[in-house]
Design a protein around this ligand. Structure first.
Ligand SMILES: CC(=O)N[C@H]1[C@@H](OP(=O)(O)OP(=O)(O)OC[C@H]2O[C@@H](n3ccc(=O)[nH]c3=O)[C@H](O)[C@@H]2O)O[C@H](CO)[C@@H](O)[C@@H]1O[C@H](C)C(=O)N[C@@H](C)C(=O)N[C@H](CCC(=O)O)C(=O)O
Ligand SMILES: Nc1ncnc2c1ncn2[C@@H]1O[C@H](COP(=O)(O)OP(=O)(O)OP(=O)(O)O)[C@@H](O)[C@H]1O
Ligand SMILES: N[C@H](CCC[C@H](N)C(=O)O)C(=O)O
Ligand SMILES: [Mg+2]
Length: 485
């Protein structure tokens, strides 16, 4: 695919003199990936400034550079006040097709689940649907990895274009705070937006909570077009401010949850493998048997149904589809049971609130004890480690602290920070050994929750990724011990 520079630039940017007709063969934001004929976007980064890689990019064949104002190079330079925002606009022109209906969901927890449930509800309504986020691109036919929750602008627009070519008309995507702050999805043409909740995470990247909130709110204040429906779960401490932001941006808020005005939850009754949800939609009483456990899953499923309705699906159809939802990989996923019938579940809880909600979700389903295996990621918000330890010590009966993607950090110091808040926990560095120990301690009536890695298939240690698929590991231990998986 070849395009001229003039075709790619948004109105706010002009091509350097004489460069209008310059042919661009591809886009790159990493100099190491530049191919001959590419436009290289030199973005200011967290660690380094992309402008220092311009010579490398040119050496590899870049014919044009997008960079902050005042940058000079031996090829034409497009100078932009906001190079990351400009890259999104350029990527949206280079890869022009986008699904007609894109719903973007933000919040600390529940994004992946909500977009996957929305995909399933759309599919049940006969629409060509896909989801894009932490789990990759999900279609009815399967999943492909994309690496990030919100991919960089180039990868995102490449995916949007390909999905549209494949006939996808409805896309549910996750908007991470990193993605929003770094303008990765500024070129996506959104039809509607959603908010799940806001609690502590990513305070390594965001200087403070206000910055985290403001980054998330770009979805409402800047990216969603006027009049777009904004489905807001009202049960979070920050919901009122989100609703205000939606109003100020001229969006149409749809308020849901126990405190929701449009969709009001009245009662949730847990059953062994499901929950009965009683609620009203626009004042009309409704009931759904949701084939999933955990109140947080009900919140995510209701959010997905409200988004589906806001996108044009009939309420009856959306709520009926809730009754047939399939669980999301690695979210309260039962892998098997011990010989005594004690279940082993995987979950992706990696924040204090996620862990709190997970443990509370499991309690009504457990006659005996809750055994919890968990850790905290390296090179990620260190201030969530102690709160996670404290929650585990309060809400689990037996806690086992282990490693979860230590990345470049010393794993022992991560565990120490958690253990400081749960001194009675068992500390077992090797995650497979921790899982085995958890299973060995299970008695009839107990449950084992393995939190933090969910669908992941690797353990990141320094710069290596060691294969680590918990469904396989748990299945094999259970089978060795006469259980079922
Ligand atoms: C903290 C963060 O978001 N970092 C992202 C950011 O990196 P950075 O700002 O540190 O980049 P940098 O290393 O300073 O480099 C600056 C620029 O120079 C370029 N470069 C760098 C080196 C080189 O040799 N050549 C070169 O051109 C880089 O591509 C970059 O454009 O921009 C890079 C290029 O797009 C991303 O790859 C990188 O993701 C890192 C690897 C990452 O781990 N991100 C995670 C935390 C993330 O984005 N997570 C969110 C949220 C997860 C969730 O809660 O669900 C996600 O959406 O996945
Ligand atoms: N609505 C919710 N409220 C609180 N916790 C939740 C909620 N939904 C999910 N969780 C917890 O968060 C975990 C991750 O869920 P999910 O993957 O849907 O969230 P996410 O927002 O996509 O996370 P990420 O930031 O990693 O992309 C779940 O496994 C569960 O423990
Ligand atoms: N998207 C989240 C996932 C964390 C999952 C956990 N396994 C970890 O590595 O901390 C993050 O990158 O912060
Ligand atoms: Mg996610």
């Amino acid at each position: 695919m070849i395009r001229t520079l003039a075709d790619l630039l948004p109105e706010s940017l002009s091509a350097p003199t004489g460069a209008d007709g310059l042919e661009i063969r591809g886009l790159a934001l990493d100099s190491r990936k530049v191919k001959p004929g590419d436009l290289f976007a030199a973005l200011p980064g967290v660690k380094v400034n992309g402008t220092q890689f311009i010579p490398m990019a040119i050496e590899k064949g870049a014919v044009c550079v997008l960079a902050p104002q005042g940058t000079q190079a031996s090829v034409p330079v497009i100078e932009a006040e906001d190079p990351a925002g400009a890259l999104s606009a350029i990527a949206a022109h280079f890869y022009p097709r986008q699904p007609a209906t894109i719903a973007a969901v933000t919040g600390t927890n529940g994004k992946s689940s909500t977009v996957e449930f929305l995909r399933q509800i759309w599919a049940a309504a006969g629409l060509e649907a896909a989801a894009l986020g932490t789990l990759g691109v999900t279609r009815a036919s399967g999943r492909t990895d994309v690496g990030y929750t919100t991919p960089d602008a180039i990868a995102l627009h490449q995916s949007l274009d390909k999905l549209t070519e494949e006939g996808v008309t409805h896309l549910a995507m996750e908007a991470s705070s990193h993605g929003l702050k770094q303008r990765r999805m500024d070129g996506a043409r959104l039809a509607l937006v959603g908010f799940t909740n806001l609690t502590q995470d990513h305070l390594d990247y965001h200087p403070d909570f206000e910055d985290y909130f403001t980054s998330k709110m770009r979805l409402f204040s800047t990216l969603a077009p006027m009049g777009a429906p904004a489905v807001i779960n009202m049960d979070s401490d920050w919901s009122a401010r989100v609703a205000q932001a939606a109003q100020s941006a001229g969006l149409s808020p749809v308020e849901i949850g126990w405190r929701g005005r449009d969709l009001t939850v009245h009662e949730i009754t847990p059953h062994p493998a499901s929950q009965h949800v009683r609620f009203s939609w626009k004042g009309e009483e409704r009931e759904v048997d949701l084939p999933l456990i955990g109140e947080f899953q009900a919140a995510n499923a209701l959010g997905a149904a409200a988004l589906a309705i806001a996108s044009g699906v009939q309420p009856d159809q959306a709520f009926d589809a809730m009754g047939a939802l399939q669980g999301v990989a690695g979210r309260l996923q039962t892998v098997g049971t011990t010989m005594d019938g004690a279940p082993v579940l995987l979950d992706y809880a990696h924040t204090p609130d996620g862990l709190d909600k997970l443990l509370r979700a499991a309690r009504p389903h457990t006659q005996g004890r809750i055994v919890l295996v968990f850790g905290a990621g390296g090179d990620r918000d260190a201030t969530k480690r102690a709160p996670m330890g404290e929650i585990a010590s309060r809400l689990a009966d037996i806690a086992i602290v282990t490693d979860d993607n230590p990345r470049t950090e010393d794993p022992a110091s991560i565990r120490k920070a958690i253990m400081a808040a749960c001194p009675d926990a068992q500390e077992i560095p090797d995650r497979e050994a921790a899982i085995r120990a958890g299973i060995e301690q299970l008695k009839k009536g107990d449950v084992l929750l393995i939190a933090g890695k969910g669908h992941e298939t690797g353990q990141i240690l320094a710069d290596r990724v060691i294969p680590f698929d918990e469904t396989k590991i748990v299945s094999s231990i259970l089978q060795q011990r006469g259980g079922t998986a």
